[in-house]
Design a protein around this ligand. Structure first.
Ligand SMILES: *Cc1c(COP(=O)(O)O)cnc(C)c1O
Length: 393
């Protein structure tokens, strides 16, 4: 049965449609003027020196890992409560993710555990061992970097994380793929680490279809990433000269043109999502057994990416999903812990119980239909259905 409310929708106008048409009326469908224009909008938003546009957030994160020279056997502290891409890019380079559990309120990586892990790993021996996976990390081990994720559009606790990074000389790669436009202590998401990535899949705050952008103040990293996205061609290389082993991670001009218009509308897009989240908060905070999303008001300006509620442990979430679906309302578990994905269990030997907060939050969380174009009536429909189904049991 088709859903009567979509899980997410892009927010597009005729201005975006015209911008894409304009590109289609030129011969320049790739490597034209739109890509640098799109990149420029991120330098303006964040005040960061370089912006490198690519064809997905995952590609962007992968280039960050390459630019930070993270490779075989290197350790990177990161979170199991994320979309798989933040871990996968480490595996592409045979690095080892060192997971630490999350702050149960925000779902972001717990900075105290990060500090503990970094100091134990520096000490080595038994103490280090307890942070490492059961298998798959036997090779040379150097703690190289920290890869926090700004979960659901709320920046991680960078004040604490940067202290640890400084003390242990760790490169910081921010997965800000869910947090474009958010602020932490009035600074833009993505501006805390050495490298950061935003993503533009159609369910994100703004979209290019597929796409991503890396921002950094590091001149050398920016040069390397520009070369790597373009088949390893360094500045001065001809079309068939390839200084590095590169990729085709280029964004096309239609996507970039779409992105230029969406970036102009970013405030509007964020405000509309904020309003929809407000409608949800109002209605859901009155329903027993439902917990609305926690926002750390003292630090965060939220950039709403998804709207994720949590249920009391006694509510059968998976059954509720089925009953909402029967009413034409989609809803999804979000996130499913990464360490328990089959390929992670096989490679590193993870077991249920390894990251109890992540697992508990993962089990009780549900992403509801959400976008900036959702109407108040649609929010009403979802909330009424949840209320009804919860009182039925
Ligand atoms: C969306 C997202 C990405 C990147 O996704 P792409 O589909 O590759 O653009 C990476 N990390 C997180 C946490 C995300 O939500």
């Amino acid at each position: 049965m088709p859903f009567k409310i979509p899980m997410s929708s892009p927010d597009l106008t005729d201005v975006e449609r015209q911008a894409v048409m304009d590109v289609l009326n030129t011969p320049y469908l790739s490597m034209g003027e739109q890509t640098p224009a799109f990149e420029q909008t991120f330098c303006e938003l964040t005040g960061v020196k370089h912006s490198v546009a690519v064809n997905s957030g995952t590609a962007g994160l992968h280039l960050c890992v390459r630019a930070a020279e993270i490779g075989e056997g290197d350790l990177v502290i990161t979170t199991p409560f994320s979309f798989v891409a933040s871990t996968n890019v480490l595996l592409y380079e045979n690095a080892v993710p060192v997971y630490v559990d999350i702050d149960p309120r925000t779902g972001n990586i717990d900075p105290q555990l990060v500090a503990q892990a970094a100091s134990d790993l520096a000490e080595g021996g038994k103490k280090a061992q307890k942070w490492l996976p059961r298998k798959g990390s036997e090779k040379k081990r150097t703690l190289k970097a920290l890869l926090p994720v700004d979960v659901f559009g709320q920046p991680a606790d960078y004040a604490s994380l940067l202290k640890v990074a400084r003390e242990f000389k760790l490169e910081v790669i921010e997965d800000s793929c869910e947090a474009l436009g958010a602020t932490y202590k009035e600074k833009q998401a993505g501006t805390f680490g050495d490298l950061a990535v935003f993503a533009f899949y159609p369910n994100k705050q703004m979209t290019t279809g597929e796409g991503g952008v890396i921002i950094t103040n590091d001149d050398k990293a920016a040069d390397v990433m520009r070369a790597l996205r373009n088949q390893g061609r360094a500045p001065g290389d001809t079309w068939l000269q390839h200084t590095y082993l590169g990729y085709n991670y280029r964004i096309d001009e239609m996507s970039a043109a779409l992105g230029v218009v969406q970036m102009k509308r970013l405030d509007e897009l964020m405000n509309k999502r904020d309003r929809v989240a407000g409608w949800y908060n109002e209605r859901l905070s009155e329903i027993p057994g439902v917990e609305i999303p926690f926002v750390e008001k003292t630090t965060t300006r939220m950039s709403w990416f998804v709207y994720v509620v949590r249920f009391d442990a006694k509510i059968d979430r998976d059954d509720l999903i089925k009953r909402l679906e029967a009413q034409g309302i989609p809803a999804r578990p979000y996130f499913a812990p990464i360490h328990l994905q089959p390929y992670m269990v096989e490679r590193f030997g993870y077991q249920p119980g390894d990251f109890p907060v992540t697992e508990d939050v993962g089990k009780r969380s549900l992403a509801l239909p959400f976008s900036g174009v959702m109407s108040e009536e649609q929010v009403d429909t979802v909330c009424t259905a949840i209320r009804e189904e919860l009182t039925k049991v």
